[in-house]
Design a protein around this ligand. Sequence first.
Ligand SMILES: *Cc1c(COP(=O)(O)O)cnc(C)c1O
Length: 287
Amino acid sequence: MVAYMEHKNLANETIDDERKQQIADGVHKVLDGIAAAESDAGRTAGSVRLLAATKTRDVGEIMAAIDAGVRMIGENRPQEIEVKAPGLVRQCASRGFALGEAMNSGTEDAQAAAAALGNASAADLTPLPFHLIGQLQSNKINKVLPHVTTIESVDNLALAQKIAKRAVTRGITVGVLLEVNESGEESKSGCEPDEAADLAAQIAELDGLHLEGLMTIGAHVHDEAVIRRGFAHLRETRDALLASGTPALADCRELSMGMTQDMAIAISEGSTIVRVGTAIFGERAFI
Ligand SMILES: *Cc1c(COP(=O)(O)O)cnc(C)c1O
């Protein structure tokens, strides 16, 4: 158990109207910001998707974001996923969404969703992707696979092989993004930028995995040029992978980059997924 989880009941499903309104305002502001950044960059409206980064937020807060228009969520920690998934899956199903792997995993999630559905059928639900965006230790893989659709934080071949093996055992295919440490900051996970292309090619060949793109966390500096250079390099790496013509790399299109502080820069450099927490939910009381 992570210490902060003792201080907040993350499975809580009920929040007051004021908090709901705050979150709705946050979502609308971020969606407007995405639209403006797309337009400024001369990009097609709707080419950037918003992922709500929901670490430390409870089920009620996350559902308020979904009610306001969020259509993809991301969690950092397997422990948080386990605590929130049953409530999230049930609440999503009651609104017509199939969260993550809920509908085809045959797990407690599927049972929760079925219970919430009543007379409707699973086929009527709209998929709502659920990503893991934080580091994954191999002993936690089986905790997250029943819930998430994509793991964004794959940064080495050994981890990819372990996820692949467990996915094959479960009879599922898991989406993965290769995380690249474009900033070179030691505190960050991610593979070396000059190893990314080879690693992506190897990961893409593994059964049980579907390589959907690349992910990075922007440099933690004030110099916009430095942040921009990292994002641009991730895009160039993605473009080279697509241009290689390798069949297994044909779907390696996503660029998950941009957070509250650097979203507009990331969008101008080609981001397809921005991961935003603070600008939606406010400052985090816990890490
Ligand atoms: C927390 C987190 C985000 C969102 O960060 P904000 O600054 O709150 O928008 C994005 N990506 C990852 C990997 C995170 O851990």
